[in-house]
Ligand binder design. Sequence first.
Ligand code: TNX
Length: 520
Amino acid sequence: MIPAPATTTPGEGTYTLTSTTGISAPPELAGPAARFVEAVQADTGLTLTGSSGIIIELAPVDGVPPATGLRADGAEMDERYGVDVSAGGVRVWAATAEGIHRGLTSVRQLISAHLQDGTAVLPAGSFVDGPRFAWRGLSLDVVRTFHGPDEVRRVIDMLDLYKLNVLHLHLTDDQGWRVEVPSRPALTEVGATGAIGDRPGGYYTQDELADLVAYAADRYVTVVPEIDMPGHTAAVFKAYPELGPADPKTVELGNGDQLHLGTLDPARDETWTFVEDVLDAVIPQFPTSEYVHIGGDETWGMSDEDHAAFVEKASTLVRERGKRVVGWQEIARAKLDPADVVQYWLDLDIDAMADNPDAPTPPEELLPVLVEALRKAKHDAPKALDQGAKLIVSPVTWLYFDRPHADTSADPGQEQARERLGLEFYGAASLEHGISWDPSDIVTPDRIAGVEAAIWCETITNADDLELLLLPRLPGLAEKAWSHRTTTSWPEYATRLAEQSPAWRTRAWTWLQSTEVNWR
Ligand code: TNX
């Protein structure tokens, strides 16, 4: 199983699950029970038509500590659960419906791993489990390539299978605006039309977002919106040029993409009318999120004073609307409230890179900008902690899934895709590398709000590309964010990873068929 459960006790014998098995649930657990039957069918093709064999019930769970960190929905919720497999059947218990859902997710993985010719022979045993961190997420860039609702639902299904509980949607950036703001129609009519290069644009209608938020909530996943400000706003300026600089400048990156200079100006009244319009339209579309992500990253060409002024005012506007603030680490340069959450990403050490022959070499014309940005970035996490804020741990080195894959694929078509996928600048990373760290290496666990990976889509052109970088990395994120183990042995993890492929195959999810894993 991935993530590894907190405690496991082996038992005697087996329980054989067939299509005549079923789940018996009290009425208040009908939702998780129905979802489980649907999910087993999608994972394995097996339809559970019976009404007994698997029992779920609300009961307290002892033997695992509660999660630390913050929940994206702001709720007090307990995800701990127990599972007991004996010759007579399977019992799942938890104090909450959410805990039951997590326990049933473990049962799904057991079924997939032991399925043969339409039956699953489950080894007897019991485990008691619960998450290490409360916020376990993925940040998905839907701007550089627009991923429609169907693909986003597939990603939510992936998160669900690995007990991840936050989908952070990066909805706005230079290349597009992907969410409706009825009082500002040009944001979608003009701002949503493109993506990178000649890729199609798009946006989510309010109905589509309501469906996605509900689909995620059914799987205990919170969708957190990001409106990236005051930089990464070229799409805003395309829609409303009066909000932008008089002469917008771009720097060619040499790969067909551009870096956009120019930011929203905190000294202009129309900036704030705009931000209020956007917050008033976006917040109600994400009713399950306690947080609004305000971006705050890479404000090229803006003074530190202006950046801080912008972040402070935008944060106040978010708080006035009853929501909490999360932002990329650069927001720590402004005055924060201790309830704010800072997303730490820039762990590249430019001074160490200069001395390391294996380190990536940045594009020449960007070097001075990057050196300055990375030097400043070193102080962000300490500044956040000094101000009492907690960190979401998303370091490039471990959790940027837009790094190229270092593992070779057994599939020649994937080998070609591997050449173009991921930002070369970061250097390629292997699956083994991806699990060879612990969040406590970054900051002491009591200061961690959560653990979140990010996937940026500059090199990703379609759903297959996206899935090829997400899988098999996503289970590795779950292992770090949920499991209480602080070290992961690659050979042991690789056996558990290999057991994931039957469900992926049945669900037609694309994954890198790494030659380092004995896929089933
Ligand atoms: C930095 S991470 C960015 C994104 C890029 C990403 C590529 C962050 C807050 N900003 O705009 O897409 O690098 O990995």
